[in-house]
Design a protein around this ligand. Structure first.
Ligand SMILES: [Zn+2]
Length: 183
């Protein structure tokens, strides 16, 4: 039998509906090859949603160093995969609580960042501004440490992901625009 190429980002083998093997093949109703079983169930492979928040206090932002792979030891802001039963804002607030022990009120959107497969897992990252409303900074099990950074001290060379870099640049830009409006 010929080996079927994996779908971008994932490689599921069996139909979640009937457990029959899935094959990637063209279908008359679809504009690209799809994973389909012999009973005609189609498995759509879509990007995963990641939500993050950049917590702010008195002009500084809270970053944490990852205690898990991938990118162990690199800096990022709190964030993670969105659960099926929560909103994007709830996800951002939950991640801040879990990863650095703080309560945040979720503010404006910083940006939406796409990393298409196949060279990454295929993710869309949504990042918000956040204002601290309670709790004490305390790294959770996924963080080695958490620290406040002035904008000029952001460790650009030690950031976890390209999306971390993009979001922090947009955060900085938004901050400059805000101070210009106030002036
Ligand atoms: Zn099936």
């Amino acid at each position: 039998m010929t080996q079927q190429p994996p779908a971008p980002g994932e490689d599921p083998q069996y139909c979640p509906n009937c457990a029959a093997p899935l094959v990637l093949r063209p279908l008359p109703t679809e504009d690209r090859p799809r994973l389909v079983c012999d009973r005609g169930h189609i498995l759509y492979v879509n990007p995963k949603l990641i939500v993050g928040v950049i917590p702010e206090r008195r002009g500084r932002i809270l970053l944490m160093r990852r205690a898990i792979e991938p990118r162990y030891g690199a800096w990022t802001f709190p964030g993670g995969f969105m659960e099926i039963d929560e909103t994007a804002e709830e996800c951002a607030a939950r991640e801040a609580q879990e990863e650095v022990g703080i309560q945040v009120s979720i503010g404006k959107l910083v940006g939406v960042y796409s990393r298409p497969a196949p060279h990454t897992p295929g993710i869309v990252s949504i990042v918000y501004r956040g204002r601290i409303t309670g709790g004490e900074v305390k790294p959770g099990r996924e963080a080695l440490e958490a620290r406040w950074f002035r904008p000029e001290d952001i460790p650009w060379d030690e950031l976890a992901y390209e999306t971390t870099n993009w979001a922090l640049r947009d955060w900085l830009k938004g901050r400059r625009d805000t101070s210009r409006k106030r002036a």
